[in-house]
Design a protein around this ligand. Structure first.
Ligand SMILES: *Cc1c(COP(=O)(O)O)cnc(C)c1O
Length: 358
């Protein structure tokens, strides 16, 4: 028996989520965002499972080249752009779309000597204030790019939302209006929506949606749960009980003795710790599934283990544990650790084994 964590990755859940996103945004193509090792699910494997999808979004050129090397021919977009002429040439020769998000990148692209024109997305900063050209410089930069022989025409248009996960926040409408005002008369394809935009802002679906988290079954909406969006968790983090301890009332558990039992109880020690990517800041009371039942985490998370208060339940060494995934939403665990589902999914460490199923 294996007493170490396994991230089980479900193909049927991934297919379900793709179908769900197609249903939510029926007139848009899907750019599956696979940055950060496909949110911890395995970059190449996820791209292979998603063969047939319209395209992929990546943060860094290395990620896209890894996919090309493994024989993936689909359209790919480098969401952060590239930073040297050599990278521009690599992007052009590997048929990678590049996001252009500031005046320096426009200049670099227009002056480069490229073997072939590049497909680009000009990104507008409509309020996120991270990447993107400013609304008042957009027209001039757009003009320069339309005149460049290094650019495949027509060029494409993009923006990114800051608070699409907050339904009541008027900022998203302002961002959509700003984008539409600047781009109304222009040709080319448009993309505005991450997962939260795709799920909640249909007016912004455009030609392409760019889901990451939702593909993997996470609900990006504030306070959201996967089931609330009819999504299924692709990753289920599993492990085993490696020891059980009976405790007298008032006895502490773990480092710092931060938790004490009120009554006589049983503690299950589970093979999963922050060295595997379980969040160290998960508080006592964070739910853990053992044999399908929820029990509270008791005491501090260690590097290789957590301790769980199972009361009087007949829990034994070797019993099955789910840390998040099927039956226990990753969003809930993230909240108990004051973080977000995104961070938990992409924090699994190298010693966690992966099992790809159905
Ligand atoms: C990461 C990212 C996405 C995907 O975001 P999710 O919230 O995971 O759907 C989309 N677009 C851009 C530009 C990104 O950086």
């Amino acid at each position: 028996m294996r007493f170490s964590p396994i991230a089980q990755i479900s193909r049927s859940a991934l297919n379900h989520n793709v179908a769900r996103l197609q249903q939510v945004a029926p007139h848009s193509k899907i750019m599956a965002v696979l940055k950060a090792n496909a949110y911890g699910h395995g970059l190449v494997q996820m791209a292979q499972w998603l063969k047939g999808i319209d395209g992929f979004g990546l943060a860094r050129i290395e990620e896209a080249l890894a996919l090309r090397d493994s024989g993936i021919n689909a359209r790919m977009v480098l969401l952060e752009g590239v930073f040297s002429e050599a990278d521009l040439e690599q992007a052009a020769s590997h048929q990678l779309d590049v996001v252009i998000h500031d005046a320096e990148q426009v200049a670099l692209l227009c002056q480069a000597q490229l073997s072939q024109p590049l497909r680009i997305w000009l990104k507008i900063d409509t309020g996120m204030h991270r990447l993107g050209v400013q609304p008042d410089e957009f027209a001039a930069l757009y003009q320069q790019l339309t005149e460049s022989t290094n650019v495949q025409q027509p060029l494409n248009l993009m923006t990114h939302f800051a608070v699409a996960d907050e339904l009541e926040n008027p900022q998203t409408v302002k961002q959509i209006q700003c984008f539409n005002r600047l781009t109304a008369q222009l040709p080319g394809e448009r993309t505005l929506c991450n997962s939260a935009g795709a799920l909640s802002w249909p007016a912004a679906h455009g030609d392409w949606i760019r889901p990451g988290l939702a593909l993997f079954g996470g609900n990006p909406m504030v306070g959201g749960r996967a089931a609330g969006q009819q999504l299924q968790p692709v990753m289920t983090m599993r492990s085993k009980v490696l020891a059980v301890r009976d405790l007298a009332a008032g006895e502490p558990v773990g480092y710092g003795q931060s938790w004490r039992s009120n009554n006589a109880t049983r503690i299950a020690v589970v093979a999963m710790g922050y060295g595997d990517g379980y969040p160290r800041h998960a508080v006592s009371g964070t739910p853990v599934l053992i044999n399908g039942q929820r029990y509270p985490l008791a005491g501090r998370v260690s590097m290789d283990m957590i301790t769980v208060d199972v009361g009087s339940a007949k829990v034994q060494v070797g019993d099955d544990v789910v840390l998040w995934g099927q039956g226990l939403g990753v969003e809930e665990i993230a909240e108990c650790a004051s973080t977000i589902a995104y961070e938990l999914l992409c924090s699994t460490t190298a010693r966690v084994a992966y099992e790809y199923i159905d």
